[in-house]
Design a binder for this molecule. Sequence first.
Ligand code: HEC
Length: 146
Amino acid sequence: MVRPFLNYLLHGGTSLKNYWFAGLAAIGLLVGCSGSGDTASGAGEGGGETKPAATVAYADVQSILTENCAGCHGETNPKEGINLTSYANVMKGGHEGTIVKGGDVDGSLLARVLRGKQAKQMPPGGPIAEDKIAKIEDWIKSGAKE
Ligand code: HEC
């Protein structure tokens, strides 16, 4: 039973042998695809949720804060206790607690006030330039590092 079949495979049945081969290849492809497909989609989803933010140096953020905020949130008598003159002070926050949550723009008061998502829009005179807001958001998204 087996022998003639093997003989057929080895000698006569070129087309059958090809099917057999194609079948194996297809199974291999399926297994390979589902394996790599999982990792690929996993990475894809992760990438979609936490869109990688451009890396922003804290120095760039500080210069925006110094220029637009430190007049009222400086060393002496800062509004709400929020001192925006250095990384340590920014991370310390104010009377109500921290204002920056690394990786969480919407959870960061510092970002929310810039877009007027808070009762108090900051600066009170009107929003700063969009690219500056985006820069601060990207800095928070990428972990709010010094
Ligand atoms: C003209 C003064 C002034 C400037 C400029 C200013 N702030 Fe303020 N800020 C205040 C005052 C006053 C408060 C306290 C809330 C209030 O009474 O309006 C405050 C409160 C805040 C709060 C707390 C808001 C809350 O809901 O608790 C944050 C955060 C803040 N400022 C961030 C900033 C940032 C960031 C900038 C610069 C982009 C800035 N501020 C510029 C005056 C200022």
